[in-house]
Design a protein around this ligand. Sequence first.
Ligand code: HEC
Length: 454
Amino acid sequence: MTSRTAKLLLVPIIGPIYLVAQSLDFTYFRDRVQPVFLKQRPGHARCISCHTHRSPPLEPLSPGAATWTEEQSRKNFAVWRQFVVPGHPLKSVFLRHPLAEVAGGDRFHGGGKHWQSQEDPEWQVLAGWVRGRREGGAVVRVLQSNSAGDSIAVIDPATNEIVGRIGDIEVPHGVVIAPGGERIYVTNEARTTLDVVESKTLAVSKRIPLSGRPNNVAVGNDGRFVYVGIRQGSGAVDVIDTRALTNMKSVPVKGEIHNVYVTPDGKHVVAGSIAASTISVIDVATHTLAWTLTLNAGIRPMAFTKHPDGGTKDIIVQLSDFHGFALVDFRTRREVRRITLPDPPGEHKETQGLQGSPSHGMAITPDEKMLWATSKYYDSVMAYSLPDYKLLGVVKVGLHPDWLTIPPDGKRLFVAAAGDDMTVVVDIATRKVVQRIPVGAVPKRNASGVLRME
Ligand code: HEC
C-alpha cells in the first residue's frame, strides 16, 4: 500500500466532519483558495512559510515554481478540506484560526491573525469555498434592505447567515436582482438615484439620477430595462437603460407611485399609487401608458398569477386600511373578488404604526400553488392555496411583518419583520419558523435569486 492510499483510507476515521466534506469544489480551491496560502500580507509571514512543516500541511512548492502542480493541489485539497465544516465558515477551524477573535475567530493562532474582519474579501473567498461556491458559478442569495438603515444584508439561504453587506446606500427602498445575476439595482431615497451594485464586489458602481424621490423598483425579464416608481409630483415611472446606464424616459402615470412590477410574461409594467388609488399599466414594447384602473383604496403591494399560456391572469392587490387583498382580472380590467384575512381567535390585534397598511407584503411559491400574505394586525404570515384562495395556515413571525421573498428552490419564506429588526425564515412545507436573523434597522423590501459573484 502506498503512503497516499493509506492517508485516504485514514480520512473517515479521524472524525465525522470529514465524511460530509463532499460539496467542496476542487477547482475553486485550486484557483481561489490556494493563492491565499501564497500571498504575503503586510506584517505577516505567508501561510506556506510555516505550514509546509506544520498541521494542516501544505505541499512544498517545487524549486522555482510559483504555485502547486495539479497533483500537489489535490493533496492540499484532501488535507485542508478536513479543517472545514461545509456550509459553516465559523465552525471551520481553517477560517477561525487566522481570523481576529473580535471578528469571531479563535483566541490564538501560532501564525498570527491575518484578517481583522469577516468582511475582508480574502476571508470571503475562503468562506465562499466552505459554502460550496464553484469557480465561475452562481450562488443563491436573499437580499434584505433596512428602510431605516444604510445597508442591505446579503443572506445565504443554505445556512441563514449574513455573508455580506451592500453599504453606502442611505434609506434604500427597493432592491432587485438583474436576471443574469451580475448586478443588483437599489433605489436610493436619500440621493434620489437608482444605485447600481456589482454582485462581484457588492459595491455601488454607479448612481443614476431619477426624476424624483423613488419608491420601489422592478427589472424586465430580459434585464434590458429597469423601472423605478417615482413618489413625487404627479407620478411617473422612470425607465432606466441598463446598457447605457442612463435614465432613458419618464413615463407619466396616474398618481405618485409606490410599487412597480413587471408581469411574469414580461410584457407589462404595473405601477400602483396610494394617493390616487390607481393601478397604471405600461406596455413594455412602447413604454407608454396602456390602461389604468382606479379602486376605492390606495394601491399597496401586488402579486401576479398566470394563465396556462403565460399571460397575466390576476393582479393580487393589497389595499390601504384593508386586512386582505383584492383580485383584479387583468384581461377584463375589473376587480373580481376581495379576500379578508382571518382574525385568529384570542390573538392580540396590533394597531400601532400600521402606516395605513395592515397587510403589506406577498409572495407566490415558484410552483404557483401557494400565496403568502402578511398580517401586521396579528404579527403573522398567512398561506393561501392557488388558484382557489383557501386559507392553509397562519404562522406567527414577529412585529410588523412586511415584505416577503421565496428563493428559487421554493422551500423557505423570508419575512422582513420590520418591528423586530429581523428577517424571519419560515419553512414552507411545515409552516414553522426555523430561524430569526438580526439584519438591521426596520427591514422592509427584500429579494432573492441567483447572484453571479465571480
Ligand atoms: C509563523 C508561522 C505560521 C503562519 C505564517 C501561519 N500559521 Fe497556521 N499555524 C501555525 C502554528 C504554530 C500552528 C499550531 C498552533 C496553533 O494552533 O495556533 C498553526 C495552526 C493552524 C491551524 C490549526 C490547525 C489545527 O489542527 O487546529 C490552521 C487552520 C492554520 N494554522 C491555518 C493557517 C493559515 C490559513 C495561514 C495563512 C493565512 C497560516 N496558518 C499561517 C503557524 C503558522
